[in-house]
Write a protein that binds this ligand. Sequence first.
Ligand code: CDP
Ligand code: MG
Length: 833
Amino acid sequence: EVILPPGLPRRIDSFLGEYLSHKPTSVAVLSRSSSNGSIATDEGLFEQPELLPQSKASMENILWRRSMQMRAEQQTWQESPEGRKMLEFRGSLPAYKEKEAILSAISQNQVVIISGETGCGKTTQIPQFILESEIESAHGAMCSIICTQPRRISAMTVSERIAAERGELLGETVGYKVRLEGVKGRDTHLLFCTTGILLRRLLIDRNLKGITHVIVDEIHERGINEDFLLIVLKDLLPRRPELRLILMSATLDAKLFSSYFGGAPLVHIPGFTYPVRTHFLENILEMSGYRLTPDNQIDDYGQERTWKMNKQAPRKRKSQIASAVEDALRAADFKEFSPVTRESLSCWNPDCIGFNLIEHILCHICENERPGAVLVFMTGWDDINSLKDKLQCHPILGNTSRVLLLACHGSMASTEQRLIFDKPEDGVRKIVLATNIAETSITIDDVVYVIDCGKAKETSYDALNNTPCLLPTWISKVSARQRRGRAGRVHPGECYHLYPRCVYDAFADYQFPEILRTPLQSLCLQIKSLKLGSISEFLSRALQSPELLAVQKAIEYLKIIGALDESENLTVLGRYLTMLPMEPKLGKMLILGATLNCLEPILTIVAGLSVRDPFLTPLDKKDLADAAKAHFSRDYSDHLALVRAYEGWKDCERDLAGYEYCWKNFLSAQSMKAIDSLRREFYSLLKDTGLVDSNNTIYNSWSYDEHLLRAIICYGLYPGICSVLHNEKSFSLKTMEDGQVLLHSNSINARDSRIPYPWLIFNEKIKVNSVFLRDSTAISDSVLLLFGGTISKGEVDGHLKMLGGYLDFYMSPTIAEMYRSLRRELDELIHTK
Ligand code: CDP
Ligand code: MG
C-alpha cells in the first residue's frame, strides 16, 4: 500500500527507497499536501521535503525522536488531574493486576491466549498495555497494533473509550475502521477494526507488513470470520516470526485455541462479581402465588411440552406480575417450547409472548426495587424498537422524568451510544433494551437487574435450502450465564429469565461454532479471492472443520451460479461477488440490476429478502391479510408484490402516513424501515465496488419493466426453479430434487388456480411434511433459458449441462435441443459484445 504522489522529486524517491530498506515491514503512505509541500508517512509528518533524511541513521533518529515525544505526551497526560483519575479507574480493573504477567507472556511467545470475565478490562486495557510498554521502551513510533472486533459498534465505542482514557481525540494514537467508515490518522498506532476489515487487508497485504501485534477479540463467540481469520493467521505466523498474536475470550474454554496454536500459553484474569439472585419463569410466578408444573416429564430438549398453571391454595393476592405472566402464558400457549421449526417461528408473535411480561417486571422493579439500571436482552433491533414503542406509552415506564429508556444494538445512533454508559440523574431509572451485543462486547457498569428473553438471533444453516437465515434461537448455557453475570458488576443483582428452569437445563452448553452451522458459499469465495488454494484443503485446517459434504455442496452451488469455473477458479462474476458482503444470489441480482439500469426495484427485493417477511398474517385475520397482499400483485410474483408494497409505503412515509399504510395493508412497519435502510446500505456498497457510478443518473431507466425484473430475479435465484404442470382445473409443481412440491399459503401464487407461465423461480423452500415454496415469481421459458445460471463464455457448457437436465426432464427432446442451440447462440452473442 504505497501511494506515491505524481511527480515525486528525486530526493524523495531515494528517501523512499531508504525508508523501505530500513523498515521493510513498514507500510509507508506518502502523500503531499499542495499547500506547503510537506510529506506525510505513517510515521510522521516531514515538513520540509528538502530536509528529508538521506540515511538509515537519520531515519532511525526520526523514529526515535517521535517515540520520545509520544512518551513525553503520555507522561504529561498521566500527571494531569483527569489523567490521574483515569489511571486510578484503570488500576481498579482486574486486568491491571495481571499486566506484568500478560506483557511477559506476549514478549516470550508468538501466540498468547487471554481469558477473563466480561468487563475485566480485556478489550480496553490489553491493547493499551502493549502500546504503553512499546512507548515506554521508546519503540512507540515503530509499533502498530490491530485489534479485531466481531461487531462494528464495539470497534467504534471501544476506540473512543481508549482515546478518552489516553486523553486524546479519536484518530490520534487510537483509531477505528469499519466498513464504509473510519477514523484513523497518521500517528495511529492502535487500530480497532471489524474482522472483515482485517480479512480485506490481507487481500492486498498477505504478510500484514508493518503490523507488530494482531489481537483477535471475543473468540469465544466462534464467529465464522474469526475462525477463518485464525486459519490465515496460523499460516502467516512462520512467515512473520516477529509478529505477535493475542487471542481474547470471555469464557474459560480457551484450551481448544491453545492446542490449535501448538500449546500457546493461557493467561487468565480472575474477576469478581457480586452474587446474582436468579428467577426462572416458575419463580416469577411463585413469587406471586402461581405455580407452573409440567404435565409430562421432560426428558430432552425439543420434546413436545405442555404446561398448565396450578393455582396454589390459599390463593394469594394476585399481583401485577402474576396477571401479566398469566396473560403471557395464555398467549404463548407454550408453543414456543415445542420443536422450534421455521413454521412455528413465522407465527411467533413477540408482541404477545414476552412483551407484557417484560413490561410488568420492569414496572415491578421501578416501583419496588432499589436503584440500579435494568438491562433487557431482546432478540433483535426490530423487537427492541417495538418494545420501546410499547413502553413509551406506559404511564410509569414512559414517564421520561423517572425512566431513561435506551436501545443498544448494532445500528444505534452514536448519541445514544454515549448515553448507555452514562449514569443517569438521581431518581431516574436507566432501562437499556439490548441485543446479545451487551452479553460480552459492551459493558454497562451500573446494571443491577437483568431480564433475559432466552433467545438471540443467530444465522442458522438450512441445509435443505443451502441458505442462511437470521432467526431467533435459544441461547446456550454459557450465554445465559453471561447475561446473568451482567447484573452483578456493582452490587448484588437480580436476573429474571423468561423461561422455566427445565428449558435452561435443555440449552446447549456452548454456542455451536458458526462455521458448522452456516452455508459456506461466501466463505468459499473469500478463500478463493485471498488465493488460499484448494477450498476443501484450506477448510480442513480450521479449528473445527465443516463437513466435507457441506463444503462440496457449496463449491458445486458456486459453480452452478457461475462464481467459480470448472477448475474452482474465481470468475469475473465471482470476483465481484466477493466485494459484496451478502449471499451470492443477492449479490448477483444487484450486479445484474446495476448492469441493466434497473436498480431501484432490485434494491427493494434484495433488501426484502434479507429481513423478516414484511407481509404479516395474523392468524385470526388471515383472509383480510391475504386480500391486502393480493392487492399488490398482478403478475404472479411475491417479489414484485413486495416492490409495490414498498413503493406505496415510501409514498405515504413522505406524508408521515407510513404507519397507517402498514396498518391498513397488514405490513410490518419495522420491516419496511429495515428495508429502507438496507437499500441505502446496498447502494453505497455498489458505489464502493464501482458497479454503479454515482454520477450516473440513468441507472433506473428500466425501473418498471416487469419482464426485465423477472429476468433479474431468475438470474439471482437460479437454480431455485420448479416447473408448473397444468391439468384441467389447477396445476401441480415439481422440482428436480424434490419431485412434487407445494406453495406456502402466504404466497400470492397459491391463490390462483392458473399460472400462465411454465416455471416458478423461488428463494426459499421449507420441508415440513411436504416441501413448500415460500416465495416465488413466475417466469417464461425464454427467461429461464437466457438468465438461468450464468452468462459468460467458458461456463456455458457446464451451465447447459445443468439446464439441459431440466429441459430433458420437462420438454420433448426436439424442443429442448432447439432451446439449447438458441441459448448457445445468445451466450456467444452476449460474450462477444
Ligand atoms: O473486554 P472486557 O469485557 O474484559 O472489558 P472492557 O470492555 O475492556 O471494559 C472494562 C471496563 O471499562 C468496563 O467495566 C467499564 O467500566 C469500562 N468501559 C467504559 O466505561 N466505557 C466503555 N465504552 C467501555 C468500557
Ligand atoms: Mg471485551
